[in-house]
Design a protein around this ligand. Structure first.
Ligand SMILES: [Zn+2]
Length: 306
């Protein structure tokens, strides 16, 4: 069974690992993303992380997969992640190729597309041909598999579901638009809104989720607002695309019912037609290392479609 080197670059964490073709991990490492430093410093962090993974195992690898926050010039892999200001038009794929891939095949895609492919191949999306894989974390992203195929779109950037408009006159978003789902439902926005409502606990999504489960009113209302934006967007997308399944992963989604209950309530309220109502919304199954598996799934998807 061949081994793939997977790299996942997100707004909060960097992760890299060696992945077998059945999705299992041989070795992995993670560290925080320093999103506001220099472009080169962040690249050195990434390279050092990969060096650490490779030093921890004797396995060689046959290909390299990369998942990175969007948008990006694709398939060239020049990335400008909304939540990583250090990189604007950064040639990530070329850097990884020169240092780690050499003559091996390399594939890159949006990190949420990668996660959708991993959930489709190994997780909650097994057995469906029409799904959205969604990430609700530092940012909000997604990837579509329709008629059994990954959807790239005109420029390779299909799936930026975080920038669906949820409040048409809403607050400005980091993307340049306003009222986006991401602006309302990203982790930092949920925490900031809870603080406005009087939350005095630790300012992390995890602490806020614990507060909501304990009955804290500000925490509950903050998750309710975010969940509502996500649920309304899912009802729209399920109507447009006739989805069978929406799989949601990422740190905020790991909060459980305090997040999923308002998502499903808003979806139920806005989904009208029978085929829309039949769309199921479920948590991701692959956990916090799904980004690494996702990067490997991008490589496997390229292999199977070429
Ligand atoms: Zn936006």
């Amino acid at each position: 069974m061949s081994v793939i080197l997977g790299l996942d670059v997100g707004g909060t964490k960097l992760a890299a690992g060696l992945v077998r073709e059945d999705g299992s991990l041989i070795a992995h490492e993670m560290r925080p993303t320093i999103a506001h430093g220099s472009a080169q410093a962040l690249w050195e962090d990434v390279a050092d992380l990969i060096d650490t993974v490779l030093a921890s195992s004797n396995e060689d690898y046959s290909a390299v997969g990369v998942g990175c926050g969007g948008p990006m010039l694709w398939p060239q892999g020049r990335v400008s992640p909304v939540n990583i200001p250090a990189w604007r038009d950064f040639p990530l794929k070329e850097h990884v190729r020169e240092r780690f891939a050499e003559t091996r095949p390399i594939a890159i895609h949006n990190d949420a597309v990668a996660l959708a492919l991993a959930e489709h191949r190994w997780g909650a999306g097994r057995g469906t041909d029409n799904m959205l894989g969604m990430v609700v974390s530092t940012g909000v992203g997604g990837g579509f598999i329709l008629n059994g195929r990954r959807i790239d779109g005109h420029s390779g950037n299909a799936g930026h579901v975080g920038h669906i408009v949820a409040e048409h006159d809403g607050p400005e978003c980091n993307c340049g638009g306003r009222g986006c789902v991401e602006r309302i439902a990203r982790g930092p926005s949920i925490v900031a809104y809870a603080v406005e409502l009087g939350w005095t606990g630790e300012q992390t999504g995890r602490a806020l989720a614990a507060g909501a489960r304990m009955g804290d009113e500000a925490a509950i209302r903050a998750f309710a607002r975010a969940g509502r934006a996500v649920g309304v967007a899912i009802a729209s997308m399920a109507s447009a695309l006739d989805l069978e399944l929406v799989v949601i992963g990422g740190g905020i989604a790991q909060s459980g019912d305090v997040f999923f209950a308002p998502v499903r309530a808003a979806f139920d309220e806005h989904a009208g037609m029978t085929f829309v109502r039949e769309c199921r919304i479920v948590p991701a199954q692959l956990g916090y290392l799904a980004g690494i598996s996702g990067a490997a799934a991008v490589v496997m998807d390229e292999r199977s479609s070429s």
